[in-house]
Structure formats: structure tokens, C-alpha cells
Design a binder for this molecule. Sequence first.
Ligand code: CAA
Length: 268
Amino acid sequence: MSKIDRTRGSIMELENIIFKKANKIATITLNRPKFLNALCDQLIKEINYILDLLSKDDEVHVVILKGSHKAFAAGADINEMKDLKLISHIKKDFIKPWEEISKFKKPIIASVAGYALGGGCEIAMMCDVIIAADNAKFGQPEINLGTIPAAGGTQRLVKSVGKSKAMELVLSGSTISAEEALNYGLVSKVVPIEDLDNTTINLAENIANKSLPILILAKEAILRSFESTLSEGMINERRLFQSTFELEDRKEGMMAFIEKRSPKFKNN
Ligand code: CAA
């Protein structure tokens, strides 16, 4: 159990995740090994608590979300869900708090080994890049539980792998391997499991060296493409591009190129 020292506000005991921060990179490791990292309410609260801290922490440029070698996450916690009734969903809006992950402004890399099923696949898809180990398995098996995905499995999956494959996965509850996930564009890379951490850190370090405000704008521009028409997305992209010209880091980046040196971003 680890405590987070927060200068203002409350301190949360972390029981279901492990949190580390070094060199502009924060790592959140899902840590419920007995339940294959099933996503219980408390675990989601802990992730959201940390993301809230990280959103205010200018030292952190990029976040890695990972699980164990056996499971990234095997979905929502079925024990917690099994007795729920519609009335409690209406009152508490079950699953809604999960969406906070998708609203996080800085880049998040999902580093996936083993099972990424149901809610596990869905929170990986809320991240910006998915790097998969060769043993990763992705799927939306909710149909086998007599229900359907609830955290974007019928939405983000379609945008990622297309209608036919998304239908196959959601309607049959079958899983796909890391290689298939790569072929369908669900993940950006597949690596041997022993290389997963290094590959993820290498990408995180590369991203972490960029200017933080520019990273936030780049992520925002890409995510807008999911919510808008092409012409609206292009206008938004152009305006965000133009807004970078108010930033010192944009000037530094271009001057560094002209002066044939590496840029020294100050994140402003
Ligand atoms: N919730 C709660 N507990 C879970 C769990 C889950 N989603 N997935 C696994 N566990 C538990 C098991 O009950 C088991 O606990 P016990 O040792 O106490 O019996 C432990 O984790 C290990 O699991 P298995 O023995 O089943 O391990 P396995 O290697 O034989 O199988 C598996 C692994 C194929 C992932 C299998 O555990 C499984 O099918 N899990 C459920 C996957 C699933 O249906 N996910 C969708 C959940 S619904 C959802 O996510 C809704 C949404 O969209 C938000």
C-alpha cells in the first residue's frame, strides 16, 4: 500500500495500483494480481486520483499505464457488478468515472501484456498509444456475461478496427492476438514480452523530451478528429498550430533547427 503526498487536499492510500514518477514519466501499474487486475470501483478511483494530480504536475509530460505479464486487466470486476440493479446504475452512473482516463490532457501510453479484456481493452483504447507484448490478448467478452461493453467497446473499437472486426469481437466475445491487433491498427507495436518495458520507456522518453504545451495541443488536435467532420477538424488543427506561435518553445524549436542544434524546451 503506498501513500501519495499531496501538498494540498487529501492523501489517498493506494491499494490497487502502484505509482512511480521519474524523469518526466509517471507510471501507473495496475496491481490486483489475484483478480487479473479486474477494474473495481476503488481501482478506478485511484487511477483518477493520480491522473488529477498528474494533470497539475508540470514535471510530468507522459504517463505509462501497465499491468502484469499475465494481465493488463481482465475487465470490470464481475464480483462487484453481479448484484447491481438498474436503479443503482441510475443513481451512481456506473462506469462514467472511467471516462476520466480519456479526458486526461497529456499523452498516455498503454503497455499491454496478457489479457486486455472487456474494460481492460476499453481503458487501453482510452490511452493514446498501445504497445503490446507478444502474449497480449484483446477482446470484448461481455456478451458471454449476458451484457455488452460499457466503457467504449462498441465505440472506440469500431473507430480503431472497423465495423466488421468490432462486430465479430463484440458479438462473439472472441479474442484477438497481439499480431492481429497490430494488423487491425488497434496497437502501434508488438514486441517480445521481455522487451515490453524497454520499448515502452523508450517511446515515453522520446515523448517526454518534447515541449509539454505542444504535446497537449497535438493530442487535442488528434482527438478532435474523433468528434468532428474533416473540415471542422482541419480548422481546429490549423488554429491550434497557429496558437503554438505564441509559445517560446515553438520559437526555440525552429531556431534550434536553423542553428543546427537540439532544442531546449522550457515548456512555455
Ligand atoms: N472480475 C473479477 N474477477 C476476475 C475477473 C473479472 N473480470 N477476471 C478474472 N477474475 C478472477 C477470477 O475469478 C479468478 O479468481 P479466483 O482465483 O478467486 O477464482 C482469478 O481472477 C484468476 O482468473 P481465472 O482463474 O479465470 O484465470 P484464467 O487464466 O483461467 O482465465 C481469463 C483468465 C480468460 C481472463 C478469465 O479470468 C476471464 O474470462 N475473466 C473474465 C473476463 C471478462 O469477462 N471480462 C469482461 C468483464 S465485464 C466488463 O468489462 C464490462 C465493461 O465493459 C466495463
